[in-house]
Design a protein around this ligand. Sequence first.
Ligand code: DQA
Length: 146
Amino acid sequence: MTKPIYILNGPNLNLLGLRQPEIYGRETLEDVADACAALAEELGLSIRFHQSNHEGQIVDWVHEARLQGAGIVINPAAYTHTSVAILDALNAFEGPVLEVHISNVHKREAFRHHSYVSLRAEGVIAGFGTEGYLLALRRMKTLVTT
Ligand code: DQA
């Protein structure tokens, strides 16, 4: 059994589908988790899908992935723009890291244009809606198998 891909989601993404649907769409995080699980099965990957509103919990999952995960897909949400702690944790992870944003952060406020996580990520997807998670998972398949 190959190691799982960790799909990690930051603060407020538990409100996906309810919060600012004009920006983030109407799909819920559960819908995203289901779509990721279906695609992972098709690709022959296993996933661990998590969301937390707490920075330290996300750091802990990255540490868990260090020992148990093959790769990390992460939407750090607002922590993207603030968290040196998540960047440091990702720098201690040896596998591939892909960063996902549902919205096009570059079209939004200037404070969303900088990402600490991008200093570590192999690739970044922004503005593809929740489909970005599926695109990242397809790319992850390539990264962990080649
Ligand atoms: C987000 C973009 C962030 O700037 C924002 O704080 C989020 C979600 C996105 O998926 O578009 O909460 O990461």
